[in-house]
Structure formats: structure tokens, C-alpha cells
Design a binder for this molecule. Structure first.
Ligand code: ATP
Length: 251
């Protein structure tokens, strides 16, 4: 039994069957990649996992509890945290202030907009945020304006913000999209370190096969809204059906 169990999930948009009969089991503490050509339904599936979309059919269970019908913030509180394609940080705030936001939310259950008014009295939150910045190797950047960070550092900050919520499942939607190769490799190293050091499960949607094969220990290939194959990376690489559907001869 996986930490995340998706059974017979289907989702239709008007005349388009975006997902049909999706079955997926994500094992605890694994790094599970979901790959597939454009339009295969990867983002739709992710949105069904985090409460942004409600499937028409099927079930989604996280740690034995259904996520269906719950609001995104409730699913987040259950232990699922999502990193978006474009980093979701507050550009007007400093790196440290950004990191404090999820620390407040984790402690108080919800973020109150006046929480910064007595920031310095919030010693525990400040300490947690500082500690997370150290873990993310960003302590020296804590007073920088977040908007001025590189793409890779914005992603690093956002991943740190997700981790400070102490999720059990981290969902990453193309975490290296639009990055230069050096930033991509830094992000791969960061995610490897997170997977090794923490009691965490990672599910990643990614187009860059260098990222997928560097990180994943299990891969599901989606094609036309339904899983084509699920296997270990070595077998996915050599699978002729996968090559034909997606990877091409360069993989
Ligand atoms: N809100 C929506 N309304 C109508 N159609 C949608 C909606 N969201 C997605 N689709 C369609 O559903 C199909 C699956 O889209 P989805 O974005 O899930 O694919 P994807 O595998 O994530 O693609 P990509 O790799 O290009 O991001 C596509 O044909 C898309 O156009």
C-alpha cells in the first residue's frame, strides 16, 4: 500500500477525456516521476491530488484518508505540499520574511496578515525560518529582496518554504522548467539531498529526462490521459512502447 493511492481516476473537460482509469500507487519515501508527452494529463492529475480539481470518477487516498472534496489548504495540512512550475514566492519580501510565512502557518494553522507587526517577538518562528535557510544553504542571502534571486535560488527558497510545513509528500511540477543547466544541476543535488536526509516522499512531473533519471526510483508514463507503463528507471529507458510514445531516440 503506497502513501498515495490513486484508483480509477477520470476527468473530463467538456468533450475531452483528459484522464481515464488512472491507477497510481506512490510508495512511501520513494521519488516517483510522472512523465509523458504534452497534453498527456500530468498537470490535470496533479491538480486532482491537491484539491484544485475534483475527478469525475475514482478515488485519491493519502495515508489512508481520502483527499477528495477537501480544499487545497486542508490537503496541505494533511501533509501534501506542492511546488509550482513558476516559483510562488513574495518578490517584495526578503528571503527570510518569505521563509517565515509557512513557519507561521505551520505553527498557527493559518497565516494572519498582521503577523509581521510583531515579527521580532516571534522568536520560535524566526529561529525555524533561519534554520531552514541554513539547511537550504541560503543563510547568507536572508536579507536579500526575493525578486532579485536567481531562478535556481527562487526555486531553492520555495522548496525550503514547502519543507518548513513538514510535508510527508512533496509534489513538484516541472521544478527545473526554464532553468539554465547549472541551476538545474543544483536543484537536482538539492532534491537528492532532501530525499536522502528526510522522511519524505517526492512525486515529480518533469520533461527534462536528465532530471528524471537523476532522481527517480520509480517512473509512471502517462499517455493520452492513462498510464502506459510504470517501472524502474532502467526498464523505462529500454521500453520500446515508452520510446515510441515519448522518449524518442535521444533518451
Ligand atoms: N481547465 C481545462 N479546461 C479544458 N481543457 C483542459 C483544462 N486543463 C487541461 N485541459 C486539457 O486536458 C489535456 C491534458 O492537459 P494537461 O495540462 O493535464 O497535460 P500535461 O501532460 O500536463 O501537458 P504539459 O506537459 O504540456 O504541461 C490537454 O488536452 C489540455 O488541453
Amino acid at each position: 500500500m503506497g502513501i498515495l493511492e490513486v484508483k480509477n481516476v477520470g476527468k473530463r473537460f467538456g468533450g475531452l477525456q483528459a484522464l481515464s482509469e488512472v491507477n497510481l500507487s506512490i510508495k512511501e519515501n520513494s521519488v516517483h516521476a510522472i512523465i509523458g508527452p504534452n497534453g498527456a494529463g500530468k498537470s490535470t492529475l496533479l491538480n486532482c491530488l491537491v484539491g484544485k480539481l475534483i475527478p469525475d470518477t475514482g478515488s485519491v487516498m493519502f495515508d489512508g484518508r481520502s483527499v477528495l472534496g477537501r480544499a487545497p489548504f486542508e490537503i496541505n495540512q494533511m501533509g501534501i505540499s506542492r511546488v509550482f512550475q513558476t516559483p510562488e514566492i513574495f518578490g517584495d519580501l526578503s528571503v527570510l520574511e518569505n521563509m517565515m510565512i509557512p513557519c507561521f502557518a505551520k505553527r498557527d494553522g493559518a497565516f494572519e496578515m498582521n503577523a509581521f507587526s510583531d515579527v521580532m517577538s516571534q522568536k520560535d518562528v524566526l529561529e525555524k525560518a533561519e534554520h531552514m535557510l541554513e539547511e537550504m544553504n541560503m543563510a547568507d542571502k536572508r536579507h536579500m529582496h526575493s525578486a532579485s534571486l536567481s531562478r535556481g535560488d527562487k526555486r531553492r527558497l520555495e522548496i525550503g518554504m514547502c519543507l518548513s510545513q513538514e510535508p510527508r509528500l512533496l509534489l513538484l511540477d516541472e521544478p527545473t522548467a526554464g532553468m539554465a543547466r547549472a541551476d538545474t544541476n543544483n536543484t537536482i543535488d538539492l532534491l537528492k539531498q532532501i530525499a536522502a536526509d528526510r522522511d519524505i516522499t517526492i512525486a515529480i512531473i518533469e520533461h527534462d529526462m536528465h532530471v528524471v533519471f537523476s532522481l527517480a526510483n520509480r517512473i509512471t508514463v502517462l499517455a493520452q490521459g492513462t498510464p502506459l507503463v510504470e517501472d524502474d528507471p532502467e526498464n523505462i529507458r529500454g521500453n520500446p512502447k515508452v520510446r515510441e510514445a515519448y522518449l524518442g531516440e535521444s533518451a
